[in-house]
Design a protein around this ligand. Structure first.
Ligand SMILES: [Zn+2]
Length: 324
């Protein structure tokens, strides 16, 4: 049973929205595009995994995607799990990698080298990464006074075209690297080693706590990439030809390029704002972003999306929801 469905990583949504709205010829454009391609590939890999997770009996397994949990009470540090499979007798953490090219797992320096089109790139060894996450999860369960269960960690390589090689002394860790198609078999094999420990109630207690403590990661990419707020193009995109900005006339958005009319083109713009800036926002700031003159018109648009302001009237702010 899928207990926590996959959502698009916020970083991917942010990169996409920034790329769409970044002023032309911006210095960081290329860098953002490379990062976007890398994240998209990662996400595609996780989506590809779903097909194989489907092979697990849905009455026996709980599947939780993309968890990000605090490591300490002060919530200073977090750990992330691509996918957690829970069973009444054990749990499996998955680290999903969708990399093409030649992959070389190097035990000596705890790294993985990817060679593609003659270019070498190094990554931290994903097996060590997921083993570390397993340790964090064990301690998280303990801290939250939840039942202890045997935990396993696996690295799932979702790109069937990648060519895998291991360093000669890679050792037992190799058993933790699998291809997507072997996932269900591997998990079922693990299930044969264990007796039931958790009741349905225990399992539901664990998943509820995981949900409650999960926090979606929202990195400030404008800061990371040193992009000024003024480098972000404001206005409403035309849903027909992607021209920006549309103008608002008599409660309708009109494109001056293709003449398309739209009643709800502002929704995407508000989503872009929410994703890029991710902060409480005043009516005035949104009017500037959408190119709307009237305060009342802005208020009505937000109300039509069930958004109401909070705080004192002269400094009231809106919390725009982040799309799932
Ligand atoms: Zn248009």
């Amino acid at each position: 049973m899928i207990k926590k469905p996959r959502t698009k990583p916020l970083k991917l949504l942010k990169l996409n929205a920034i790329l769409q709205r970044l002023v032309h010829n911006h210095l960081k454009h290329g860098e953002l595009q490379i990062e976007f391609a890398r994240y998209s590939a990662g996400y595609r890999g996780e989506v590809a995994l779903d097909y194989y997770l489907h092979d697990l009996d849905e009455n026996s397994y709980f599947i939780l995607h993309d968890l990000r949990l605090p490591r300490d009470r002060e919530k200073k540090y977090y750990f992330q799990i691509d996918c957690l499979i829970l069973h009444s007798s054990f749990g499996v953490l998955l680290e999903v990698k969708n990399l093409s090219g030649d992959l070389y797992f190097d035990h000596l320096f705890d790294q993985m080298k990817r060679t593609k089109n003659g270019v070498d790139e190094t990554f931290p060894d994903p097996v060590s990464q997921v083993q570390q996450q397993k340790i964090y999860l064990e301690s998280w369960l303990k801290k939250n006074q939840l039942p202890k269960i045997p935990l396993y960690s696996l690295v799932v390589l979702t790109n069937p075209k990648s060519f895998i090689t291991l360093s000669p002394h890679y050792g037992k860790k190799a058993a933790q690297i699998i291809r997507t198609k072997s996932l269900a078999n591997k998990v079922q094999q693990i299930s044969t080693y264990h007796q039931e420990i958790l009741t349905k109630k225990d399992l539901s207690k664990i998943t509820t706590k995981l949900f409650k403590q999960h926090e979606r990661h929202s990195p400030d990419l404008l800061k990371t990439y040193n992009i000024n707020h003024t480098d972000i193009i404001t206005g409403v995109f035309c849903p027909g030809c992607n021209h920006i900005p549309m103008r608002r006339e008599r409660s309708t958005w009109i494109c001056s390029k293709c003449n398309i009319k739209s009643k709800d083109a502002h929704i995407r713009a508000l989503q872009d704002f929410a994703v890029i800036f991710n902060e409480p926002v005043k009516n005035k700031t949104l009017r500037r972003f959408l190119h709307i003159d009237s305060t009342t018109c802005m208020k009505n648009l937000l109300r039509s999306m069930n958004l109401t302001p909070s705080g004192p009237t002269n400094s009231a702010t809106y919390h725009l929801p982040i799309p799932e």
